[in-house]
Design a binder for this molecule. Sequence first.
Ligand code: 2XF
Length: 338
Amino acid sequence: ADPNNGTVPTPLTNYLDTQYFGEISIGSPAQMFNVVFDTGSANLWVPSQRCSPFSTACFTHNRYDSSQSHTHVENGTGFSIYYASGTIRGFLSEDVVVVGGLPVVQVFAEATSLSAMPFIFAKFDGVLGMGYPNVAIDGITPVFDQIMSQHILKEEVFSIYYSRDPKQSPGGELLLGGTDPNYYTGNFNYLETREMGKWEVTMKGVTVGAEMMFCAEGCTAVIDTGSSYITGPASSVSMLMKTIGAQLDETGYKVNCDTVKMLPSVTFHLGGQDYSLTHEDYIIWQSQFEGDVCIVTFRGLDVPPPTGPIWILGANFIARYYTEFDRRNNRIGFAAAV
Ligand SMILES: CC(C)(C)OC(=O)N[C@@H]1CNC[C@H](C(=O)N(Cc2cccc(Cl)c2Cl)C2CC2)C1
């Protein structure tokens, strides 16, 4: 009998409220990796033992060594991902991947080159994409699809809890097969995904304080567990930042910590429900040697049409709203996180 009745939990680590990752293993005997469970992508990649020693981002992370795994199957097809923030290149391999104790035979990429930016800042080793198959590069069947085809999950859904306090343990939870009542209160509100095969919904507007400032005619919101912040069209975000008196410097937007308490809430109108973030949700307060720094967790990002313009709701949104990703009904559910 399955002790978790058809659900599979994976505890997550919260690094500075900006990176949430959990442990998986690849190979026999198990080689351990920390991965971001990223609804904005659909491939699994980890650094390779064959990564060039000059790649800083590689040798500071765990690397997969196929020669040490007796369940490794050779593939060798080339692979590359061009992120907005950086590039990874490598080749495909196949091996047993274990997520939350569940083994699947999985085609994944061994990264032989990882751009220093941004991966030298990554506390995680790799990325496990939780997106739909049609977002998967090289048409590789994603991990969650492999798990669904085993028909062991109670429901064909997965849920994500991100804690808001880096000292809290665990720093989050990925639950395959259901939702975890320990991490939300109240009911779920559901939204149909906008188009088949992406974790995105139609947003009806963004209100700052009591004023509808953006997306009044409707726009797309991507629910992306792999992004740290909320991003919106650069012009909209810069207007929003001006409204709250934030200054842009090389690392992003900051506000004077004395003004934080008076900052307006920012509300996202999704599927007939209002999802508000207060300054508690969108300001990261860092006490540094030379005084306190208050980081605003919004970034401008212009995604070209036809995909864009879009808003990306990342970790700081998910930390406030526990999220269920429902592959059976192609919908996303939000409930108030504890
Ligand atoms: C088009 C396609 C390539 C599928 O787009 C994506 O894959 N889009 C991904 C969507 N989700 C966020 C991904 C991302 O930005 N990073 C980098 C990152 C994020 C937070 C913090 C750090 Cl340190 C880093 Cl390095 C991956 C780790 C998840 C890109």
